[in-house]
Design a protein around this ligand. Sequence first.
Ligand code: URA
Ligand code: ZN
Length: 376
Amino acid sequence: MAVLVDVHTHVYLPRYASWLRSRSIAPRILVNEAGEERLLILENETSAGRPVGPSYWDRDAKLSFMDQHGIDISVVSFANPWLDFLSPPDAESLARDLNTDLEEYCATGPALASSSLQRLYGLGLLPLVPGISIPSVLEAVSQIAQAPHLRGLIMGTKGLGKGLDDEALDPIWGAIEKAGLVVFLHPHYGVDSSAWGEKENGHVLPLALGFPFETTTAITRLILSGTFDRFPSLRILLAHSGGALPQLSSRLASCIDHDPIVASRLRHNARFYLGKLWFDAVAYGPEELAFVTEVISRAGRYESGSSNTKVLADRKEGSKRMLFGTDHPFFPPLSSSEKWKSVVENLEAIDSVVGWEQVEREGVRGGNALTFFGIE
Ligand code: URA
Ligand code: ZN
């Protein structure tokens, strides 16, 4: 069955939006002088914030966006900054309630016509905040694993406050791996904003560069910590096509090879780990999708030393680890238009990768997601 599945689509459920409304500092939702609600979540965001409305929390709005763009199924995840700003007790209870809410959001949603599938599946969240007890995080993993419509969880890059290379996370990686849940790794903080200078460029630099650089740093630290050697069956999906990791993976491998502290730490050549990851197709261009799928396909073969393979065959092989996404409700069109440019561009990119045939395009559009998330 050829379906279109959106694996990168967010929601601020009503319970979370209420929490943001109750706050007087960011992250928060405020009402401006014109009486309109604004979302303030990014670092250094001016009080103008972003317009926020039903597309952020209303299920009918999500479904109508899906219908408008021919999306059959969405794997909906909570949006940044998740629970990062909460105290351990608040994070623990809100994680439990939000995971319950998301399961209900999916379970009581519509079925996909003439199939036994639902139109909505979800990725829950964990109460990952400094000072939380590991058993309470493990309880959230187990709650998600038992929820029939939740197929994994979305995670930011802070871990328990020390990043994702913190050994204290090992029991959590172990539980996630054992439960077979997908981890969707997603940025929020960007990188040091002093690099952005003084010119007013709106959200362009933090979103276009800061977000993907943050993901790149987080996944690189995870690779360097040997986590994939200890948990080889972990399934991690990287937002925004893995940021800069595919472009920098050979440089990373070379830096490791030449570093006396790290050279003998990992079981594999650094490129190998790219072949263990999954990548969304939220890159907005066919050349980028072609490059990423070529690089990840070759990654595993560096073990045997044979990197000289056929480019188009590599792109086809690598496409099995790539999955369509939209980043809804972010990046709405600035003026009213029938379809969102951010969606159309990602679909056109999938349609235009040189070397992919119909089977690869259908895989990236939805077939890979059905397999990856066990939607059957
Ligand atoms: N802006 C955000 O804050 N989050 C996203 O996921 C995309 C854009
Ligand atoms: Zn996103």
